[in-house]
Design a protein around this ligand. Structure first.
Ligand code: NOJ
Length: 748
């Protein structure tokens, strides 16, 4: 017994010892192999695990982003006090900094590197407004995936794109960066760009985390003046400005950027209603929000925050998770939490969202970028080919009287004139990533590559883009007189659009209009090519020049893509994603406006119009000509009446009645005739770009889902109201070919 007791005692001791030892070793292996570093664990578990290990300082560190790395940031990275850098480029550079985070910081949390990859990294595609003019989301998605491939090969993990701000004011320079005036079209492109950047698997090292910006109503800047106040009702916010963001969130965008502007009194970067109530509570977005550059600090000049501590508090409580180059979070959050002014849970939530995206992006598994891979990727043949396809699909044939276009390749002589004809830098457009002017194919080169050996190509610059000198006119006139045809390449420089580049006038800058008028007097047939980052008011050109091709800022393959269209190797298929005003006095002008109680009527004075110009735009939304013609017939709407939650199916036959292959953008609009709140006269609800051989006919099908009929009603509910809906199918918002209607009965 005794002996047994003795053994028992030692036996128990041994068991206790073994348990203790194994507990200790478990503890150690947990430290060595924590859950958050284990890729086999679910992301949410990893986030939680990591969060429990972080000090408050380290948590706040994740919420801070700085621009460009300098040695002084090394210490912060070591201390775990930085979550992200922007504008650090090149795998050597990003790897070097990442190594500090991974080898010298306590918890080894990888940094995320962001950059504005807006319409290309090195292979620069047409500006986003031009991409929208392709009405080809698959192509734009492909271009975004190419941009992701190039940018990630240079160490970038995250792009501040797409910009999905609806813009109804072409004075606003940033109209160039978005998809135009229509919520539906912009939503389609928002989702396409997100899919392109993020790919099927965000954890794939060649995908970029997308960032929908600028949340929200930034494009509603009063007077089109950048950063200006936006006065937008809740209903307009929801019906017009929010849908492209929602579409991007539904496509899986990892991040959003809070905007600079205020929204009816509450700055977007301190706006809990938009950032939390709508984005997180309603839409269930679980990624993170980064501020715009210094936009938290700007809560002070907005008059919304008293000082920087107040600004930090407003922003973090509103739902801004990361402070871009503002230094407001790094200098204030710690004290605010210590003083009990911000609960630590608020910080925890913000940090969890940031970590979640870092995990989803696979940064813990592949924090570094392979050196040397980028050389073979940048500007490779396939990328340039896609860029060329995007250029030609983005060009909008605004006028082609007498079929001046396409040109014969064996034309006897051509006078190529204008400040943008032999230009490279401006073709890149605004926010051109790491684009290099020398990569750009100038328009004159594209033309020279295309014409026959016998064609004589003369060139004269004529004038600069934006000064008053007419010294070059004589030379231009000389070559215009001796050539069979003039190609006049005019427009805006790249830096006339984009951030902080709003214009009060929308005319061709400098003396370019005078140059066109001078050339016109020679009587030589003239084609005007317009390069621009925004709609311009070009009434004189429209009235007097026989052929006009809108080329936007087309990027590196500009010259080749434009020449493809000029010489008929590609039949133009671009359509306007935004209305062109006759004059600035008409702004804002957009196709999906309300009817008013006195809709404009010709010859009836007391209706809503101007006494000095027509009320209609110069070129309407959806407009663009082709070298062939299309005929629409057989509009079918099924069912014509529905009382339940059914879809409406619409079909139409479209035939190519011309003599060359062409692509038509078949557009479907609806009009909800009567509602508890007024409805726009027309709303785009579907489009299809189809290719037809001469004589070929295709049936195009659309589905109108209940969601497409719904809107925010008198009580701010998103509903379909019973009643009659007109259906309009056609070639543009003005050129409607066929109409019909259907009825929604009872509750939907
Ligand atoms: C300010 C711009 O508004 C935003 O669009 C951009 O992403 C950031 N700067 C970072 O460059």
């Amino acid at each position: 017994m005794k002996r047994k007791g003795y053994l028992d005692f030692f036996g128990k001791l041994a068991v206790i010892f073994i348990i203790l030892a194994s507990l200790t070793s478990m503890g150690q292996s947990n430290i060595k192999n924590p859950i958050y570093l284990n890729p086999d664990q679910p992301i949410e578990k990893r986030v939680k695990d990591l969060l429990t290990r972080m000090t408050l300082e380290e948590k706040i560190g994740q919420m801070c982003q700085f621009s460009v790395f300098t040695e002084k940031y090394g210490k912060l990275v070591k201390g775990g006090k930085v979550g992200s850098f922007l504008n650090v480029l090149g795998a050597e550079n990003t790897n070097k900094i990442q190594r500090i985070a991974l080898e010298q910081s306590r918890l080894k949390i990888p940094l995320i590197f962001g950059f504005d990859v807006i319409h290309g990294y090195r292979t620069i595609f047409p500006i986003p407004l031009a991409e929208a003019a392709t009405w080809n989301p698959q192509l734009v998605e492909k271009a975004a995936s190419i941009s992701a491939l190039e940018a990630t090969s240079a160490g970038i993990d995250w792009t501040f794109a797409p910009m999905v701000d609806i813009a109804r004011d072409p004075r606003w320079g940033r109209i160039a960066e978005g998809f135009g005036e229509d919520p539906y079209l912009a939503s389609v492109f928002s989702a396409a760009k997100v899919r392109g950047f993020q790919g099927k698997e965000l954890s794939n090292p060649f995908t970029l985390v997308a960032c929908l910006k600028h949340f929200v109503a930034y494009g509603a800047a009063e007077g089109g003046r950048d950063y200006n106040t936006s006065e937008v009702s809740e209903r307009t916010l929801r019906n017009v400005y929010l849908p492209p963001f929602k579409a991007g969130v539904e496509a899986g965008a990892g991040t959003l950027m809070s905007a600079f502007n205020e929204i009816s009194g509450i700055p977007a970067s301190g706006n809990r209603h938009t950032l939390t109530e709508i984005l997180r509570d309603e839409w269930k977005f679980d990624g993170f929000v980064v501020s715009d550059w210094g936009s938290i600090a700007e809560l002070i000049p907005h008059g919304f925050a008293e000082d920087s501590a107040h600004a930090a508090k407003e922003a973090v409580i509103a739902g801004v998770d990361m402070d871009m180059e503002g230094r407001i979070y790094i200098s204030n959050l710690l004290q605010l939490v210590k003083d009990g002014k911000i609960p630590e849970e608020v910080i925890d939530k913000a940090v969890s969202r940031i970590l979640r995206i870092k995990f989803r992006a696979g940064l813990f598994e592949h924090p570094y970028t392979k050196i040397d891979q980028s050389k073979s990727i940048m500007l490779c043949k396939e990328h340039l080919q896609t860029a060329r396809e995007e250029v030609r699909e983005s060009l909008v044939l605004l006028k082609n009287e007498g079929n001046l276009l396409p040109l014969r390749k064996d034309i006897k002589s051509l006078a190529v004139i204008g400040p943008l004809a032999d230009n490279q830098a401006d073709l890149l457009g605004t926010w051109a990533g790491r684009g290099v002017a020398e990569d750009v194919v100038p328009i004159i080169k594209g033309i020279r590559n295309k014409v026959s050996g016998a064609t004589k190509v003369y060139y004269a610059k004529g004038c600069n883009i934006d000064d008053t000198s007419t010294n070059g006119f004589d030379e231009a006139l000389n070559i215009a007189r001796k050539a069979a045809m003039v190609l006049l390449v005019v427009g805006e420089s790249a830096d006339m659009s984009g951030e902080a580049h709003s214009r009060a006038f929308l005319d061709l800058p400098g003396v370019q209009k005078d140059l066109i008028q001078a050339i016109y007097t020679t009587g030589t047939p003239t084609i005007v090519l317009i390069l621009t980052g925004r709609p311009l008011s070009i009434s004189w050109v429209k009235k007097n020049i026989k052929a006009i091709l809108l080329c936007w800022h087309p990027g590196v393959q500009g010259g080749n893509g434009i020449a493809d269209v000029l010489f008929g190797d590609y039949n133009p298929s671009g359509r306007l994603p935004v209305s062109f005003p006759r004059t600035i006095g008409q702004i804002p002008i957009y196709y999906n406006h309300k009817n008013t109680g006195r809709p404009p009527k010709e010859n009836i004075r007391w209706t809503s119009k101007y006494i000095d110009i027509p009320w209609t735009p110069l070129f309407p939304f959806g407009y663009g000509e082709s070298y062939t013609s299309f005929e629409y017939s057989n509009l079918q709407i099924k069912p014509k009446e529905t009382g339940s939650n059914k879809e409406i199916r619409v079909s139409v036959d479209v035939k190519n009645t011309g003599d060359r292959r062409g692509e038509e953008v078949v557009q479907l609009y609806i009009h909800d005739l009567f509602g508890s709140v007024t409805r726009p006269v027309k709303e785009l609800k579907g489009f299809k770009k189809i290719s037809l051989k001469p004589g070929e006919k295709k049936t195009v099908n659309f589905i109108i889902t209940p969601e497409k009929l719904a809107f925010y009603d008198r009580n701010m509910n998103f509903v379909v109201e019973p009643g009659t809906f007109d259906v309009m199918v056609g070639k543009s918002s003005e050129n409607i070919q066929l109409t019909g209607s259907f009825e929604i009965i009872g509750d939907q």
